[in-house]
Write a protein that binds this ligand. Structure first.
Ligand code: PBG
Length: 327
């Protein structure tokens, strides 16, 4: 046959396939979420997320050590406090669980990059992400508390803060607070397009943060919407976000692509707990090859335009990149 174009020429063997790849993946782009439980000694496997653990303050350095050994250079910290109240006051306590964890990590591994999740849902006794006014989360009162949380994390040594609360004006509030305290160099990664998603299910039992009543649809985004994601990202960038995030990842690849094309800041994507749990469950049932699915799912997020991937598979992906199974 007289064909001009034969795309198969560039697929002939591994060398040419690798040479022509459009998407490159690096372990520099991976962030590993770590859960620290103030009441725990040692570590405990999370039932809803097999292979993931909650760490005590005595073992959080072990979690970090495992990241470093795998080639992962950054973590996103989540805290499970011993005390909860209506305002979530232990979130900004000088000796709160995250503040202690940051100091412990930084003492041993000063170069390990520590990002903290800024939200109140793990710290409030009602499990909502802010101050309640009747059955609604009050936006502006919540902003004052989030500012305190961010400042206390940064004072304890956090390298970056990541507000995940979905309050309006949260980036402006955090930027102003950090700048006034002299922390002009601390970047903000905003969970800008965070959808009200069922994919967070396993996380809420891991972090003890399920809302006691209702849901988060009053502040997290409606999964039907695309333009609204652009608006949320625009607002966060205008308010000074250094990085923006789309969350969840795999069901929102269209949003990742659009944000990556539209904004000139790095875009992170969060492959959330439900995405991880689904792959694990399917693999454990013998239905799919976990390793290959993990690689392909991560690749899809980068191909969609993400610069950074937050994932529970960070260590395994770093190993896969090292072995050149992806990348
Ligand atoms: C806190 C927060 C959540 C997640 C990250 N930060 C839970 C939620 O919004 O309900 C979800 C992460 C995951 O599912 O892996 N607000």
């Amino acid at each position: 046959m007289n064909l001009i174009y034969r795309p198969r020429r560039l697929r002939k063997d591994d060398t040419i396939r690798r040479m022509c790849r459009e998407t490159r993946v690096s372990s520099d782009s991976l962030i590993y979420p770590i859960f620290v439980d103030e009441m725990l000694l040692g570590k405990r496997e999370i039932a809803s997320m097999p292979g993931q653990y909650q760490y005590g303050l005595d073992t959080v350095d072990q979690a970090v050590m495992e990241c470093i050994q795998a080639g992962v250079k950054s973590c996103l910290l989540f805290g499970i406090p011993s005390h909860k109240d209506a305002l979530g006051s232990s979130a900004w306590a000088e000796n709160g669980v995250i503040q202690q964890a940051i100091r412990k990590i930084k003492e041993k591994f000063p170069d390990f990059y520590v990002i903290t999740d800024i939200c109140l849902c793990e710290y409030t006794d009602h499990g909502h992400c802010g101050v309640l006014c009747k059955e609604q989360v009050d936006n502006d009162q919540t902003l004052d508390l989030l500012a305190k949380v961010a400042l206390s994390h940064v004072r304890a040594g956090a390298d970056m803060v990541a507000p995940s609360d979905m309050m309006d004006g949260h980036v402006a509030m955090l930027r102003k607070t950090l700048d006034e305290a002299g922390f002009i160099d601390i970047p903000i990664m905003a969970y800008s397009a965070k959808y009200a998603s069922a994919f967070y299910g396993p996380f809420r039992s891991a972090a003890g943060s399920a809302p006691a009543f209702g849901d988060r649809k009053g502040y997290q985004m409606d999964p039907h919407n695309r333009k609204e994601a652009i608006k949320e990202c625009s607002l966060d960038v205008e308010e000074g976000a250094d990085l923006i995030m789309v969350k969840p990842a795999l069901s929102y690849l269209d949003i990742i692509r659009e944000c990556a094309d539209t904004f000139d800041v790095p875009v992170a994507a969060y492959a959330v707990s439900g995405e991880y749990a689904m792959i694990k469950a399917a693999a454990q049932a013998g239905l799919v090859d976990e390793y290959k699915i993990m690689c392909e799912a991560a690749l899809a997020v980068f191909r969609a335009g993400a610069h950074i991937l937050i994932t529970y598979y960070a260590k395994e992906l770093a190993a896969a990149i090292q072995k050149q199974d992806i990348g």
